[in-house]
Design a protein around this ligand. Sequence first.
Ligand code: SF4
Length: 708
Amino acid sequence: MATHCPYCALQCGMTLREEADSVSVLPRDFPTNRGGLCQKGWTSTELLGHPDRLTSPLLRDPASGELRPASWDAALDRITSGIRDVQEQHGRDAVAVFGGGGLTNEKAYALGRFARVALGTRHIDYNGRFCMSSAAAAGMRAFGVDRGLPFPLSDLGRADTLLLVGANPAETMPPLMRWLTEQRERGGKLIVVDPRVTATARQADLHLQPLPGTDLAVANALLHVALTEGYVDGEYIATRTTGFTAVKRTVAGWWPARAEALSGVPVADLAETARALGTAGRAIILTARGAEQHAKGVDTVTGFVNLALALGLPGRPGSGYGCLTGQGNGQGGREHGQKADQLPGYRRIDDLEARAHVARVWGVPADELPGPGVPAYQLLDSLGTEAGPRALLVFGSNPVVSAPRAARVEGRLRDLDLLVVADFLLSETAALADVVLPTAQWAEEDGTMTNLEGRVLRRRALRPPPADVRTDLAILAALTTRLQTQGRAPSYRLVHSKGPLLTAGTPSDEADAADPHAVFAELRRASAGGIADYAGISWDRIDATDGVFWPCPDDEGPDSPRLFTDRFATADGLARFHPVEHRPAAEEVCADYPLHFTTGRVLAQYQSGTQTRRVAALRRAAPEAFVELHPDLAERLGVADGEPVRVRSRRGEFQAPARLSPGIRPDTVFAPFHWGGRARANSVTNDAVDPISGMPEFKICAVRVEKA
Ligand code: SF4
């Protein structure tokens, strides 16, 4: 059966086959992975029959404090009575929902509708906020649309110059490297900006190794050189953009020597990079988490967008700006309503027309829809406080490991009156819950995902879930029915795109609400006319092709693999420049905390590790966390390779063995964030957030390192 990998945004094509006592994986020749898979994809079916898998609901026993198996009726009753109690005492916003970037489009949509209609709360956000929200905000303000790549992945292979900023695809999405190999085999130049000599940086023709948190200075200096050397495209700027004069003024102050003094990137390398981009026939600039996960992430991405616009790249085949999305459905997850300020179709929740449209589809009065909530970290940090939500429902996320300043978030979760977690494994967050609901896995349910190119794909069910396990959609449908019976939620009005309005509140409504195909039909109507318009995308159409790119407003009309060819998605069709200035990290090094700390991923693990830490081959390949140190720093600290070290910041500490590497700056230490407990890197990360995107500053804080 043809489907896609459950993990990252590349969504590699694969074929699953039932064997006697297992499910085998075969790579599929799909346009994103061209027959390649990484180790995570190869081993992805191991969790289907894993002994740790949750196979019945769990309820916390008040006497013993332990989680005990329970019936679905008992679990759902506990949840709905908990919601009722909390909302009666503290109001509707006292219940919050936290989603995940791995949920299908159908689930993301249903979760948004559940929060706004069934619970009537404004509080919903998702872990995708921690992934690419800074690039999303920068893309919206420059281009009027946020789609990770506004062109097909195959364009990467055609670029003469490719600039990767804060991206390490050789470890995070290895099959993507095939496009980079093709690019270099065609004579193209690969330039990587990263504070570490990563597996990707090792393959680059030029590696710029800035101090963490100084990418924006590098971007402004590159545009400064492009201007002084005459590489900017005056005609493109005049006819396709607005606002360049202010940017020109700002970057005038970023002469290369100044940027070198701040970032450590040599003037000659800045000049070579600007020249390679400015003289290329086709050039692409890509950013990822290294540039984005900062309290100035939106401005940093904007700096590189400004550079791309000044060089006239966006909209030209083989050229442009893009962001490499991280999570499997980070893109679709926010397009359809998991984000605090968005309704389906990438509509703004504070836009009256958008509210009216979505309310019509949902069959509720527009003025009953709640207003915008708050971004993920702000939401998590308010849990259990006087003004914050008292109950939280988590679907497909593990903030105890993945949130910044994680010990504080863990404390907030413990303060809740009710914590419900729907997951298929007992994650660190689920282990704190009052109720745990066992959910189906990716190969046990149908749905759609939207990959890093904005390509909508089909996920297919190979087999049904185990007997006492339900899909997220079935859980949301059952909860809605129970809330309706208590008179706490409006009746269903699930509307098929071509069918009749269903009778409200009947069992068939619950069955339809649990049916991903019916939910997708409603999603199409809800997204129609929005920025992310899926109205013309049907499962049949996806099945007949290699996926359908949004926007796609008509059944018969074309989809949109390439955006911006003749206009941008702004009111006047012009892209917007925004002047952006470098500013220091939210926390700078000092005598007590003299080192920069940065986090990232490793090849054999994924996100909070709930899944990949349980896969035998991946555990063998990456069994534990580590702290990467330059040998000179290690010598100063008296630390040997493999020796346990303690990393401390103002917010907490974690421990892991030292790993010495000459590929990291001597003033910087790195650790992967896939582990919990004593090895939790997010115990020390900074919860300062970007004022526009709400993205926390995962990528830089001040620490000290000592022998443990
Ligand atoms: Fe799965 Fe991403 Fe690996 Fe492809 S690159 S196999 S989508 S984890």
